[in-house]
Design a protein around this ligand. Structure first.
Ligand SMILES: CC(C)(COP(=O)(O)OP(=O)(O)OC[C@H]1O[C@@H](n2cnc3c(N)ncnc32)[C@H](O)[C@@H]1OP(=O)(O)O)[C@@H](O)C(=O)NCCC(=O)NCCS
Length: 228
C-alpha cells in the first residue's frame, strides 16, 4: 500500500465533534489546521474551554467496528454491560490501586451512563469464546497526553487477556490518531500492571508522586511500534 493511501486511511474517520463556538476554540481550530501538516495536532477537535480538560466528543468512529484480537475483542460499552461494569467498580481487589471501590449506587449510576451513552475513549474487553465482558478501560487526556487505562474482572486475571486488549487499543490509537505518544500511569506497587505495560512494549519514562503514592509513567511511542 502506498504511503498516501495509508495516510488517507489513517485519518479518514475522525470522531464527530461538538460545536463550541468560543473564541478560544476557534483560535485553536485555526492553529490546529495550520499545524496539521506538521502533525502537531490531534485529528480530534476539542471543547477548547479554558480550565476544562480537553475531551473529544463521542462519535460513530469510536471503535466501530470493534477491534478483534485472537481471544478478546474491544468495543464501546453497550446496554447489557452494566453488571460487569458494576462488579469491577465495587470490587476492592480490582480497585486496590485505582482509587478504591465505589458504593453500589454510584457504581450502578456510572455503569448505566456508560452503557447508554458511552464517551469517546471508553471501551470494554470481551472474551470472544463466551461473549462475556471481562474488563474495561479508557483512552482519555487526564494530564496532557492521551492515556490508556484498563481493568479486568478478578475471575479473568492471569490469562493474558489485558495484555491482548492493551495491544489492540495501542494499535488502534496509532492507526487512527495523529498522536505520536500514548502514556499509561500505574502505582509503583502494582506489579501486574507494570509487567503488563512492559510486555506490551511501553518504556518506563518517569516516577512521580500522586495522592502521596509513588506512580510510574510508561510511554508508547509511534516510532517504536511494530507496523500494523
Ligand atoms: C493489571 C491487570 C489488568 C493485569 O491483567 P492480567 O490479564 O491479569 O495480566 P497478566 O495475566 O497478563 O499478567 C501480567 C503480568 O503480571 C504478573 N502478575 C500478575 N499478577 C501479579 C502479582 N500479583 N504480583 C506480581 N506479578 C503479577 C504476571 O505474571 C504477568 O507477568 P509476566 O508477563 O512476566 O508473565 C489486572 O490485574 C487488573 O485488572 N488489576 C486491577 C486493575 C488495575 O490495577 N489496573 C491497572 C491500572 S494502572
Amino acid at each position: 500500500m502506498h504511503k498516501e493511501q495509508r495516510q488517507s486511511r489513517r485519518f479518514s474517520r475522525p470522531p464527530r465533534l461538538r460545536r463550541v463556538r468560543t473564541p478560544l476554540s476557534l483560535q485553536r481550530g485555526r492553529a490546529c489546521r495550520r499545524n496539521a501538516k506538521r502533525r502537531s495536532c490531534s485529528n480530534v477537535r476539542t471543547l477548547g474551554v479554558a480550565g476544562v480538560s480537553e475531551r473529544p466528543e463521542p462519535g460513530p468512529g469510536w471503535l466501530l467496528p470493534a477491534v478483534l484480537g485472537e481471544r478478546v475483542l474491544v468495543r464501546a460499552p453497550a446496554v447489557g454491560d452494566e453488571s460487569a461494569l458494576v462488579e469491577m467498580s465495587i470490587d476492592p481487589e480490582v480497585r486496590r490501586y485505582i482509587g478504591g471501590p465505589v458504593d453500589q449506587p454510584t457504581a450502578e449510576g456510572r455503569a448505566a451512563r456508560k452503557a447508554v451513552d458511552p464517551r469517546w475513549g471508553e471501551f470494554v474487553i470481551v472474551d470472544r469464546v463466551s461473549d462475556t465482558v471481562v474488563g474495561s478501560g479508557s483512552l482519555a487526556r487526564k494530564r496532557g497526553p492521551w492515556e490508556v487505562s484498563y481493568q479486568l474482572r478478578r475471575a479473568w486475571w492471569g490469562r493474558g487477556m489485558a495484555g491482548e486488549a492493551l495491544s489492540l487499543i495501542r494499535d488502534w490509537f496509532f492507526t487512527h490518531m495523529r498522536e505520536d505518544l500514548l502514556i499509561a500511569t500505574t502505582q509503583r506497587v502494582n506489579v501486574a500492571s507494570r509487567r503488563l505495560l512492559e510486555r506490551a512494549g511501553a518504556t518506563h519514562a518517569s516516577t512521580f508522586e500522586q495522592y502521596g503514592l509513588a506512580q510510574e509513567r510508561y510511554e508508547f511511542h509511534r516510532a517504536t511500534q511494530p507496523p500494523t
